[in-house]
Design a protein around this ligand. Structure first.
Ligand SMILES: Nc1ncnc2c1ncn2[C@@H]1O[C@H](COP(=O)(O)OP(=O)(O)OP(=O)(O)O)[C@@H](O)[C@H]1O
Length: 611
């Protein structure tokens, strides 16, 4: 690692245009340019200079060889002197040693560049606001970390040094050729300059084609990942053909973009190869005439041709680099576009307020005051994002008590949890934690106070233990086993050793729905946070296990529990029940009170909560 930022993190304040772009996840406005390339390569300049020096030394030893060959040819009298052969071999070896050293420095720098760029992108991805991540194609983001950075590494790191070294080769060749024959030199230089200009012109057209290709690759990755993640549903709905069609359709888009990029690549490479061939023939023809006229010796013509080859190499190189440059710029654009999205900051304004203690004057662990909320606009989202999801919600969640949130589907219950976790900020109003506005607190510290079991109880791929210790990194095996027992995931006589090492599969697909829920609850219990948020954690549990979870919640003691529940049995025991409807709090009280005063609650109790 270099320790130097490869890509600067935007530091704009929350209300800035950058923040607006963060909300929308908008792409960087302009395509990546040469300035961006120089900026991201800046930390590697020492290595690049070293590679350049080594390459130049290799070129210098290579450039001496034609002179030795010329004198050997012109002075040939039946045999070549051993010293000449020795000298030539020495030059060859030296040239090879420096070339190898240059390649090593370049290749290793390339790997380091890729690693650093990946590290920064991965770190940035983990800070992206939840709202942005939910609207992005995750597989496309992954392909930016993998394919795009590999593409960048190939061209940016080695290509630029090789181009610089080539300049040395060209200059040395021109100087040496000028010592041999000006006419042949003029012919070579004019041809090569024209060729380079043509290559640059065609090369510029590869950038948009490259961006299209890399973007199509990202979309393809998205389509395949989406299908693989829902294979049961796809099979069950007999829609494999349709989904294959979608993925193959994306592959066809990659093919189309690939054809366009390949056409340009082929044009450039062919043009370079033909130019060199034609130039070589022209030099041999004109050179032969000049040898016949006595203005040039055979040895000098041989040396000139060797220098020509040295000088022509950059054309092939430029052609190769330009052929891939478009894709590299496309990849760079895609990497920079993610970096342009402002990450979630731990604290909005320094200094952060210290984590407050519970005060007698503020008995609520969380309190929402006049909170209204709507999700950030997502142009391509199916959700009706212009709708207010919460409207003027004021509610206290008492410390050490269990509060239940109930309401019809879509009432905004999970959204309340999202605000408590600060995945989103309220559009209007304030959320307070122990009396302090959460915007003044460190997000990380706040989240450490809260254990959150999501609605669909997400479980990460890995072992049962990996999942358990997510929120409690230092938990011992005994603590893990204890947590598993609490949620009935272990029999009394099972020491848990084998189960802890069981793989749960991607998204926990090797577990049953109920096991997933109980594992997620065990994780939350193990974290031992003062606040427990449970979002419909009993929906997949049988009545025995449901009662067990209710008992756990009831015995939470000091813990403050907020539970979203669709089952009456979970709700009845709560100290307080908040009824939400269409984003508004319509009633709050105990089960008994609400049964008397709230028609919606009565209806829910009779129809939904009992279900
Ligand atoms: N990430 C999101 N982006 C945009 N809109 C969303 C998002 N999540 C939820 N919504 C919308 O917000 C509204 C409230 O959703 P929420 O999940 O909070 O309801 P809920 O009461 O928890 O529903 P359920 O009981 O069905 O889980 C819904 O209309 C939903 O479409």
């Amino acid at each position: 690692m270099t320790g130097t930022p490869v890509i600067d993190q935007p530091q704009a304040p929350a209300a800035s245009p950058a923040a607006a772009s963060a909300q929308s996840g908008a792409p960087a406005p302009r395509p990546a340019g040469l300035g961006d390339v120089l900026r991201i390569l800046r930390p590697y300049r020492a290595r690049m200079v070293l590679a350049f020096v080594l390459g130049s030394a290799s070129t210098a030893f290579g450039a001496l060889q034609p002179r030795v060959v010329a004198s050997a040819v012109d002075g040939f009298q039946g045999s070549v002197q051993a010293t000449t052969v020795g000298f030539l071999v020495g030059l060859l070896v030296l040239s090879a040693v420096f070339t190898n050293a240059q390649q090593l420095v370049m290749e290793r720098s390339g790997e380091l560049f890729a690693f650093d760029t990946r590290e920064r992108l991965i770190r940035h991805l983990f800070t992206l606001p939840i709202g942005v991540l939910e609207r992005r194609d995750r597989a496309d983001l992954v392909s930016r970390v993998t394919t795009d950075i590999s593409q960048l590494r190939m061209v940016m790191s080695s290509g630029i040094v090789e181009l610089a070294t080539s300049v040395v080769a060209v200059v040395v060749s021109i100087v040496m050729m000028s010592l041999i024959d000006w006419t042949l030199l003029a012919l070579a230089v004019v041809t090569i300059v024209v060729a380079l200009v043509v290559i640059v012109i065609i090369g510029r057209r590869t950038a948009p084609a490259g961006l299209r290709l890399q973007t199509a690759m990202g979309t393809l990755a998205g389509a395949v990942t989406r299908a693989l993640g829902s294979m049961r549903t796809i099979r069950a709905t007999v829609s494999a053909d349709r989904e294959v069609g979608v993925a193959v359709g994306e592959a066809a888009t990659v093919l189309k973009a690939g054809y366009a990029a390949a056409t340009l690549r082929a044009a450039i490479q062919t043009f370079a190869a033909v130019t060199i061939q034609v130039l070589l023939l022209a030099i041999i023809a004109v050179g032969a005439m000049r040898v016949a006229a006595g203005s040039l010796t055979v040895g000098e013509l041989s040396a000139f041709i060797m220098y020509l080859m040295l000088m022509a190499a950059p054309i092939t190189l430029c052609a190769g680099i330009f052929a891939q440059l478009g894709e590299a710029f496309g990849s760079l654009h895609r990497v920079l576009e993610v970096h342009a999205i402002e990450g979630e900051r731990d604290v909005e304004a320094l200094p952060a307020a210290p984590l407050p203690q519970l005060a007698a004057s503020a008995p609520a662990v969380f309190a929402l005051a006049h909170v209204s909320f709507r999700y950030p606009q997502a142009p391509d989202s199916a959700a009706r994002t212009d709708d207010w999801v919460l409207r003027d919600v004021s509610v206290d969640f008492r410390a050490g008590a269990t509060t239940a949130l109930v309401g019809p589907s879509g009432a905004g219950k999970s959204t309340v949890f999202a605000l408590l976790e600060r995945f989103y900020e309220p559009t209007e109003g304030t959320v307070r934690f122990r009396g302090e506005d959460v915007r003044h607190l460190s997000r990380l510290e706040l989240r450490r106070q809260v254990a959150y079991v999501e609605q669909d109880a997400p479980v990460l791929s890995g072992t049962v233990r990996d999942n358990l210790v997510l929120g409690a990194h230092t938990a011992t095996t005994e603590q893990c086993v204890d947590a598993l027992r609490q949620v009935n995931l272990l029999k009394a006589d099972d020491d848990g050793a084998a189960f802890l090492d069981c793989q749960v599969g991607e998204g926990g697909e090797l577990l049953s729905g109920g096991e997933r829920q109980r594992l997620a609850i065990a994780r939350a219990l193990l974290a031992g946070s003062p606040v427990l948020l449970l979002d419909e954690v009993t929906s997949n549990l049988d009545s025995n296990n449901e009662r067990l979870v209710q008992d756990l919640v009831a015995s939470a003691g000091e813990q403050s529990v907020v539970v979203i529940a669709h089952r009456l049995s979970t709700v009845v025991a709560a100290d307080s029940i908040v009824v939400l409807d269409q984003g508004r709090v319509v009633a709050q009280g105990t089960h008994r009170e609400l049964m008397e005063t709230c028609a919606l609650y009565r209806e829910l109790a009779h129809h939904q909560l009992i279900a």
